[in-house]
Design a protein around this ligand. Structure first.
Ligand SMILES: [Zn+2]
Ligand SMILES: [Zn+2]
Length: 266
């Protein structure tokens, strides 16, 4: 499986430094062994990258939750696909996320309600597709399974399985017993993408906002299956230097910081 975190800022690594470039928005692009994908997980930076024809290569998008850093450029991606005659563009998410999009985003104020608009031939511009929360489902050639995260609004991570390799994209979440229980018995599970949003001195904020710090991450790693690699994203740009140092100090060979734009072979 190949995974790429789409860049979303002009920021660069400081020369000679291992602190990743700033990454305020979240979109993963996943290609599976055997031709599955490309599948986009979240749409923070999905509409920022490439020409419309490039963006239209992404077959499907699924959302973890409706926070703006995960949906910000969804309208631009949809417009790119519409320009390639791809109506209706499907947007996948759980019930709660779809309701948030209807009410707060594609509501005719923040952006036109694409669900209610149609091409000349009657095709809807966009349609929401509800994903189940209690069983596996197929999408873009993968088998997916939702897992509820610990976050102030309803949020789901997704297990993504291409039949050879399974990866968990946990999304924004504070410490979660449920998540590690769900990892048990998955023999193909090779990697987990976790967030670490705040530095240790902001642990109070992290806990109330449903995020991790390096210290909270260390506790999570004790429960992570031995065989999985742990990839870290979602560092608040202003604090990424301190977060990087603290994560390196954990000295856990399973843990890697994700560089935006870099393709990871898992
Ligand atoms: Zn969030
Ligand atoms: Zn977020």
């Amino acid at each position: 499986m190949k995974v790429r975190l789409l860049p979303s800022a002009f920021s660069r690594s400081v020369p000679g430094s291992d602190v990743p470039p700033a990454q305020p928005l979240t979109t993963f692009i996943v290609h599976g062994t055997g031709g599955a994908g490309p599948l986009a997980i979240d749409a923070g930076s999905l509409g920022l990258v490439g020409e419309p024809v490039d963006m239209a290569r992404v077959r499907e998008v699924i959302l973890t939750h409706a926070h703006i850093d995960h949906i910000a450029t969804l309208p631009m991606w949809i417009e790119a696909l519409l320009s390639q005659d791809r109506a209706p563009v499907a947007v996948h998410g759980t019930q709660d996320t779809i309701e948030q999009l209807r009410k707060h985003f594609f509501n005719g104020v923040i952006f036109p309600d694409f669900e209610q608009l149609a091409e000349k031939d009657g095709r809807q511009l966009m349609e929401y597709r509800l994903v189940p929360e209690d069983r596996a489902f197929g999408l873009a050639g993968f088998s997916l399974e939702a897992i509820r995260a610990e976050h102030p609004i309803e949020t789901h991570g997704y297990f993504v399985d291409d039949g050879v390799t399974e990866v968990l994209f946990a999304s924004d979440s504070g410490p979660s017993e449920r998540l590690w229980q769900a990892c048990e018995g998955r023999e193909r599970l090779k990697a987990v993408f976790l967030e670490t949003s705040f530095p240790d001195f902001m642990e109070d904020i992290a806990e109330s906002a449903g995020h991790l710090t390096p210290g909270l991450l260390a506790e999570e790693l004790k429960r992570a299956p031995e065989q999985v690699q742990v990839f870290i994203t979602h560092m608040k740009p202003a604090y990424r230097d301190g977060i990087t140092r603290s994560i390196q100090a954990l000295n856990d060979p399973r843990v890697h910081l994700v560089i935006p734009g870099q393709e990871l072979e898992i």
